[in-house]
Design a binder for this molecule. Structure first.
Ligand code: 0PR
Length: 357
């Protein structure tokens, strides 16, 4: 049988992709996703096997973050996880004028959460190393603060906020401490930032469809105390299961099955190897770019930022390099698992040629 989309462009190849936080999925994830394409974890009493797979996937995510008793669900991605974290925190509080406090390095999904949930978003400056400024956070929280955000692997610079200190600040005003580790979650266990939920984090975003090498869509929302998830429960009169905590109704069984398969194949050794290889590449790229005289931001996780002239950026893009910039125009290269040494070398050689042109 001919594929239905035979007249359309080929699906994405990862050649020359240095901008994405997604990557080529593990083959086991592709096989599992294909097998479970027609299942709906949103109706767990009807689709019982995918419901069991989801609970295994959540348990494995809980192991990865070092809090085996954490609970949660597989979301459609970091955006849904962050929205639901804000949602749960808002519902948990009695205040009529809720606010959330986050460093300006936050992902824009929190702006969506604030708009949809009618919560005030207070963003505070980061320090000179692009991490949350603790004094600024301290000054921004008050008795109406329902949630404090810490980013663990920021979208622009791959920075990790001081999570234990932010947690103290959050708990002093009885707010939920939420960590956005959507991108960083699968590499943090192998770094000095291997703090766990034991540090008091209440909720966490960790996305299998980014560094977890799962198929899209697969995000993760975890909570330390199940009562926080109960804040999201909506009665479901037409389903056999009584309540639902998810934002969407019908969900992708493919995403859930792909997430479990990827994590079973790669946790912990495969993820550790991937982290070591991509971190090495990020450090090499940074050295190479700074040797050429570009101002760089030292990578803490596998992400390099460098100030290159706009014309050079445009020339590289027109040669097919998929590269992106931060909000202030800095080149940002994400060393995802599909990024290899030869890809980096070929990027640098194109950059050298275009720079001299
Ligand atoms: N939190 C953080 C820290 C993120 O970096 C992202 C996505 C999210 C939450 C939201 O996750 P979802 O996109 O899964 O809802 N950051 C990337 C970005 O906005 C997303 C991305 C991924 C962009 C792949 C491009 C791409 O090809 O830049």
């Amino acid at each position: 049988m001919q594929p239905l989309c035979r007249d359309h462009p080929q699906p994405q190849s990862f050649d020359r992709v240095l901008s994405s936080m997604c990557t080529r999925p593990h083959p086991d994830a592709v096989a599992a996703a294909t097998e479970f394409l027609t299942t709906n974890p949103g109706d767990p009493m009807t689709y019982q096997s995918i419901a069991k797979i989801e609970s295994k996937a959540v348990n494995l995510l809980a192991d990865i973050v070092g809090e085996p008793t954490a609970t949660g669900y597989i979301t459609s991605g970091g955006t849904e996880s962050n929205i639901q974290a804000v949602h749960a925190a808002r519902n948990r509080s009695a205040t009529k004028t809720p606010n959330i406090v986050a460093p300006e390095s936050l992902h824009f999904s929190f702006n969506k959460a604030a708009t949809v949930l009618n919560v005030e978003l207070r963003t505070v400056p980061t320090d000179e190393d692009h991490r949350a400024d603790l004094t600024a956070v301290e000054n921004a929280v008050d008795e109406d603060t329902v949630l404090v955000v810490g980013v663990a692997g920021s979208t622009a610079y791959g920075r990790v906020d001081p999570i234990p200190e932010l947690t103290d600040i959050a708990h002093r005003v009885d707010a939920v401490m939420h960590v956005d580790a959507a991108w960083g979650g699968f590499v943090l266990p192998f770094t000095d930032h291997a703090w766990s939920f034991a540090a008091g984090i209440d909720s966490l975003t960790i996305d299998p469809h980014k560094f977890g090498q799962a198929t899209i869509p697969a995000g993760g929302l975890l909570v330390r105390d199940p009562s926080l998830l109960d804040e999201l429960a909506i009665e479901t009169p037409y389903l056999e299961s009584p309540t639902q905590a998810t934002l969407t109704g019908t969900r992708s069984g493919a995403g859930v099955a792909g997430a479990l398969a990827a994590m079973e194949a790669l946790w912990p050794h495969g993820y550790k190897e991937t982290y070591e290889r991509t971190m090495y590449l990020a450090e090499r790229l940074e050295t190479e770019l700074s040797t050429r005289g570009f101002e760089t931001v030292t990578p803490h996780l596998p992400l390099v930022a460098a100030d290159i002239p706009r014309e050079l950026f445009t020339a590289l893009r027109s040669e097919g390099w998929r590269i992106a910039t931060t909000a202030d125009g800095t080149l940002r290269i994400v060393c995802m698992p599909h990024v290899t040494q030869s890809l980096c070398e070929s990027f640098l050689s194109d950059l050298d040629r275009l720079r001299r042109a």
